[in-house]
Structures are given as C-alpha cells and as structure tokens.
Ligand binder design. Structure first.
Ligand SMILES: *Cc1c(COP(=O)(O)O)cnc(C)c1O
Length: 381
C-alpha cells in the first residue's frame, strides 16, 4: 500500500470549469474565474476583499509591502513555521524576530512575546515600536496558524495594540479555522491563504490576500499586476510584480471551494478516528486546541518521543510521513536572528512531532492500516 500525506481531491466541478476556460479561450491572467475566486474566498471568511496571487508566498510578500513593513524593520514571527513566512520578511528587507512555540498548542508563545515586547521595546515620539538595544523599528507581527490550529487571538490583538504593531496573518494552512466564530485570516490588517497542492483546497499553486481595507485591496491588485496605471498605455507608476493567478487555476479554485464544507467534515472525521486509535498508545500526545478554536484539521500531526525512528519506519512501509519544519533559528540564513525562548520548545517539537496521511479521501481501512503500522513501528523502537 502507498499512502500520500495530503493529496488533492478533485471530484467536483474542476473539469467543467477548466473546460469552460479552454472553450472560451480565457486561460491566462484575465477571466471571470479570477474575480469569482477572489470574491468567494473573501466571502467565505467574511472579509470584504480578496486579491488572487500566484502562490501563498507571493501573497505574504505583497501583504508585508502594503502593510508598510520597510527595509531595516523587524517583524515578529513564530520560530516554528514553513520557510516561506520567513523568506517573505527577507524579501522586503526586514528581519524576523523569532518567538518560540507554546508547548501545548504549538503556536507562537504569546506570553513569551508579551514579556519580550514589554522588556525590550519602547514606543518613540512618532508612535513606532523600537527595539531598545539598537532603536530599530518593529513594524508587524506575522502569526502563523500552523497545522490549521490557532493561538489566543484576543491576547494577540491586545499585544499588537499595546505595542503599535500591525498584524499580517499567515493563514495559509488555516482556511476554515475559526477563533470565537471568526475566521483565520480576518484578525489582522491582511490575511494570506495558499492553495498549493497539499493545502486543504488547491489550485495547483495559488494564493489569496484578504482584507477589509479597500485601499489595501486596490494596492495589492495593483502591485500583483505590474503596477500598470493606464488602461491601454504601458504606463507603470512603481515597481510591480507579475504575481497574478491565471484563470484556469482560479477555475480549479472555484470548484474546490464548493467542496470545502465537505472537506472540513472529512478532516474532522479523519482526525477523530486517529485520535481515538492513537490515544491508547503509550507516550502519544496531541496538540492542545483552545476552547475558542475550531481548527480545520488540515494536517494530522501527533507527538511521540520516538517520532524520528517512527518516521523512518512509516516511510519505508509506503506511508508518507513528515516531521514538523526544522525551526527557523536552526537554518543558516536565520541563525543570527533574535530568538526569544526559555526552553527551546521548537527544537523539542521538531524532534517529537510527525504528520501522517490524512487526505480527504483516505478510507477507514487505510487509516486502520496506518495505525497498525504505527503500532508495529513503536514496538520495534
Ligand atoms: C504553504 C505555506 C506557505 C506558502 O504557500 P505557497 O502557496 O506554497 O507559496 C506559507 N506559509 C506556510 C506556513 C505554509 O504552510
């Protein structure tokens, strides 16, 4: 048996909508599915505007630019995230300040963040938050809702307000997750989604920026489409980017979004099934979910002291399994970044977490097989 970690499920109107693009010739960067997909993503999460991008990384890059993050600034980022969040910060010439993870929820440790900001920063006359030691500005916080779980957004909003920081959400993994009924991606000035092949819905590759701010939405559209300022003439009023999502892929997205409620139901069932089976295994633990949070259960991940050995074993058995990302502070490019930590929970999570197959169409038999192989693997370690 060969089981993929998180494969796309394409059994809705994908063919129909893509065929429509081919039949009408609207295959490229203009077409009705682009604006439809943008609006539908925004409507789904309860934001006013959506701007499609070529991928989630581009969505993060553009969001940081238009949120006013400047070269030489710092941006607060969880140390446990996928590299794209940290890279986007570097694209605008800023530096991440890396915050260790909370041992329970695996999200950014907000108590640690609050203490760091209280002790190490000051607000200048212009209202900027400065790092005391070098007077460099901290301009934003980029929370990352890893694995579709969320931290305490009430606490995060209070911290951001107190220290004059804007919030740009990396909600690339969290489409459909909510905190007190409000969707991930709608807490900050801007929220970013990814529709890469392994995400909860996919466009093959794609992203969307959501915001309630009309000016920022227009700015995002402008920058992602070469900053063209004249309808027919090639006049551009700043350095722009070709970060468009093409119509064919947006068509795929529209079809996928129709199935999202069903995918979310499946993800809940899949993780419920694994939780039940694995909770009887010794030394297995799970990420804590705050009572205010309803997660999308995007990527099923659990913790075990022998995760590394188990990973190797499962992959040998054809069960695609992955560790959590190597923490950002352990990568050469970010080895010198400020890392705020007491117990280096990030390193511990990296050593002990593993993700296992949880595609929308995984069957009960396949899940039982994964569980049986985990049992075998653990008896060998
Ligand atoms: C997937 C992902 C991204 C980037 O998305 P792409 O569409 O692959 O560019 C960014 N941040 C996190 C946390 C992700 O998981």
């Amino acid at each position: 048996m060969k089981l993929l970690l998180s494969a796309p499920f394409l059994n809705g109107n994908e063919w129909k909508y893509i065929q429509d693009c081919l039949d009408t010739g609207w295959v490229s960067s203009v077409g009705k599915y682009v604006s439809l997909f943008e609006q539908q993503v925004a409507d789904y999460v309860g934001a006013k505007y959506g701007v499609a991008c070529v991928n989630g990384t581009a969505a993060l890059h553009i969001s940081l630019m238009i949120a006013g993050v400047k070269a030489g600034d710092y941006v607060i980022l969880p140390n446990v995230t996928f590299i794209a969040s940290a890279n986007a910060i570097k694209y605008v010439g800023a530096e991440p300040i890396l915050i260790d993870a909370c041992a329970a929820t695996w999200q950014m440790d907000l108590d640690l963040l609050a203490n760091f900001l209280a002790e190490k920063t000051e607000i200048d006359a212009a209202g900027n938050c400065l790092l005391k030691e070098n007077k460099q500005r901290i301009s934003a916080i980029m929370p990352v809702h890893i694995l579709g779980n969320m931290g305490d957004m009430t606490q995060l909003l209070a911290i951001a307000k107190k220290h004059h920081l804007s919030i740009i959400e990396d909600s690339t993994e969290a489409l459909g997750s909510t905190f007190e009924g409000k969707f991930a991606g709608t807490f900050g000035t801007l929220g970013c989604f990814s529709f890469n092949g392994n995400k909860i819905i996919t466009t093959g590759g794609g992203g969307v920026v959501v915001t309630d701010d009309e000016r920022l939405a227009k700015k995002a559209k402008h920058l992602t489409t070469q900053a063209k300022s004249h309808k027919t003439e090639y006049i551009h009023d700043e350095i722009g980017y070709n970060y468009r999502l093409v119509n064919i892929l947006a068509a795929l997205g529209v079809a996928q979004l129709e199935q999202l409620p069903h995918f979310l139901e499946r993800k809940i069932a899949i993780s419920g099934c694994y939780n039940q089976a694995l909770s009887s295994f010794p030394n297995v633990s799970f990420q804590a979910v705050l009572p205010q949070v309803k997660e999308n259960h995007w990527l099923y991940t659990f913790q075990h002291p022998q995760a590394q050995e188990l990973l190797k074993y499962l992959n040998q058995q054809g069960i695609e399994s992955r560790p959590l990302w190597l923490p950002m502070n352990q990568l050469s490019m970010f080895a010198d970044a400020i890392f705020v930590s007491e117990k280096n929970i990030s390193a511990h999570l990296y050593q002990t977490c593993l993700s296992i197959p949880c595609s929308v169409n995984i069957t009960a038999e396949e899940q039982a097989y994964v569980v049986a192989q985990i049992k075998n693997g653990l008896s060998l370690t």
